[in-house]
Write a protein that binds this ligand. Structure first.
Ligand SMILES: *[C@@H]1O[C@H](CO)[C@@H](O)[C@H](O)[C@H]1NC(C)=O
Ligand SMILES: *[C@@H]1O[C@H](CO)[C@@H](O)[C@H](O)[C@H]1NC(C)=O
Ligand SMILES: *[C@@H]1O[C@H](CO)[C@@H](O)[C@H](O)[C@H]1NC(C)=O
Ligand SMILES: *[C@@H]1O[C@H](CO)[C@@H](O)[C@H](O)[C@H]1NC(C)=O
Length: 171
């Protein structure tokens, strides 16, 4: 896993340079396959539920359809923070990690979720030169989640898919 800072340093140069020369076009072939990113399903965020336990952590879970498997991610944080930013937290399958984009967490239903996914693509080279790390993000807002004060939780709108848009890919 990269730290956010390492990733940003590495990517700043890549992103600043003209796309065609900076990023081998083949690393983007997955985007065509998967439309434009990975799918987030069944996102749920729950506040510490029981009265008298207000200092308990907020918890979150979601499933990512990477288009080769479905991977569950979970996390928790204190309601007043610090929030999971910087390092990517491993999901159940550590080929995938998640965090919040720095300073975007405003509430249980408003934040930018970032994903880091590492996979192999033999069309770009032979092992060990076939490893691609893909960065994507999705804005969680009241357009794709329903929050309830009564149950102190937010849920992805029923039957909806949130697409995490790929913004960088390094091979
Ligand atoms: C709350 O979340 C923080 C950050 O993820 C973690 O270090 C801590 O162990 C959690 N506490 C509980 C009680 O789960
Ligand atoms: C993790 O995901 C990769 C790619 O989707 C898959 O090849 C691997 O078998 C998975 N590992 C586990 C432990 O599920
Ligand atoms: C998320 O929201 C920010 C601020 O409104 C915007 O700049 C960004 O393009 C959005 N990202 C996605 C993936 O929708
Ligand atoms: C969600 O999808 C399931 C299965 O496709 C369907 O049975 C159900 O009616 C849908 N619910 C809503 C609220 O659209």
């Amino acid at each position: 896993m990269f730290t956010l800072r390492q990733s940003l340093a590495a990517l700043a140069a890549v992103v600043a340079a003209p796309l065609a020369s900076a990023i081998p076009i083949t690393t983007f072939s997955r985007i065509g396959v998967s439309s434009n990113g990975m799918d987030i399903l069944d996102l749920q965020v729950h506040a510490a539920m029981s009265p008298g336990h207000l200092t308990d952590n907020t918890t979150m879970s979601f499933v990512v359809d990477t288009h080769s498997s479905k991977i569950t991610c979970e996390g928790s944080w204190a309601p007043e923070g610090p929030f999971p930013e910087g390092e990517y937290m491993p999901c159940k399958n550590s080929t995938l990690g998640w965090n919040f984009k720095e300073d975007t967490y405003k509430s249980m239903g408003q934040f930018t979720l970032q994903l880091e996914y590492t996979y192999t693509d033999d069309s770009i080279g032979q092992a060990p030169y076939n490893v691609v790390t893909e960065f994507s993000h999705a804005n969680i807002t009241d357009t794709n989640t329903d929050c309830s004060e009564k149950s102190m939780s937010c849920q992805q709108c029923t039957n909806s898919t949130i697409t995490a848009i790929v913004w960088a890919s390094i091979a």
